[in-house]
Design a protein around this ligand. Structure first.
Ligand code: AMP
Length: 281
């Protein structure tokens, strides 16, 4: 596995890969890798000749400086994991390498950035678009892999790719959510949970599944309130939002249509903010 820390180094290798007509699959991450990340790498390996993983904690997508400071990371552990996976190159740039100057670009997402994560984390998706567009332009992969754990992010990336970067011809592939035994969606942030918070965290997906797996017949408002109330019963958990949205527009639905509607949640577990979602079937 090759480790590249600069765009120049990375380009040197990528030139050879392209010259050999190999297809490139790209998995962008912020490190603190877990089985969710590894599943994206496996998908990429199945569909491409070559897999490139990036590890970069992107400061412009953090609206809260404290959250950025606390974001978990351990490069040695990440590299150990990647060595055992089918990762061909890992790109680990530093902030100056990715932002030699301030990125002042403002992206317009036609409203899909204004709800849920976008509403509660102002500027988050603009930061995501800044880093992903830079990485896409450097790597120019055939396919890029994202997890549905970040449901709204997948929609933002699809929009970014289609509207701002059509000439790169990248296929965006979204992959299933990988969960712990108790249903908790795997996340780098789970490392920040205390033992008692970790126990509570499992309830989030349990409650979402209870209401999402089998269409309950509740109205949107009733469903939202029931889920929030049940989650808030746990002493560690506090709902930031529950939203029930259309899979395409990401706007709150007036009527639930199984197969086209998703329940999205952001919940504080102690001080750790967790997100999850489940499609209503
Ligand atoms: P992150 O390092 O949190 O920015 O995540 C990098 C990529 O891994 C994103 O596309 C995430 O959606 C994806 N990802 C994170 N957690 C999971 C999970 N539990 N299952 C599937 N994909 C995930």
């Amino acid at each position: 596995m090759i480790i590249a820390r600069t765009k120049k180094e990375l380009n040197r290798y990528l030139k050879l890969v392209r010259k050999a007509n190999k297809t490139i699959g790209f998995v962008p991450t912020m490190g603190a890798l877990h089985k969710g990340h590894l599943s994206l790498i496996k998908c990429s390996d199945n569909e491409n000749n070559f897999t490139l993983v990036s590890i970069f904690v992107n400061p412009t997508q953090f609206n809260n400086p404290d959250d950025l400071k606390k974001y978990p990371g351990n490069e040695t552990e990440d590299l150990d994991l990647l060595l055992r996976e089918s990762c061909d190159i890992v790109f680990i740039p530093d902030v100056d390498e990715m932002y030699p100057e301030d990125d002042k670009r403002i992206f317009d997402f036609d409203g899909i950035d204004k709800v849920m994560e976008g509403k509660f984390r102002k500027g988050h998706f603009n930061g995501v678009a800044q880093i992903v567009s830079k990485l896409f332009e450097i790597v120019r992969p055939n396919k890029a892999y994202f997890g549905r754990k970040d449901f709204q992010q997948v929609a933002i990336i699809n929009y970014l790719n289609k509207t701002y970067l059509p000439d790169l011809g990248i296929d965006i592939i979204s992959c299933d959510i990988i969960r712990e035994g108790d249903g908790l969606a795997m996340s780098s942030r789970n490392r920040l949970l205390s033992v008692s918070e970790r126990k509570s965290a499992g309830l989030i997906s349990k409650i979402l599944t209870k209401y999402g797996r089998k269409f309950s017949g509740y109205s949107v408002e009733e469903l939202r309130n029931r889920i929030a109330e049940e989650i808030n019963l746990d002493k560690n958990l506090e709902v930031e939002y529950i939203d029930i949205v259309d899979d395409e527009s990401l706007q709150t639905v007036s009527e639930i249509i199984p197969g086209k509607t998703t329940i999205c949640a952001a919940v504080y577990d102690g001080n750790v903010r967790l997100i999850d979602n489940i499609a209503i079937t």
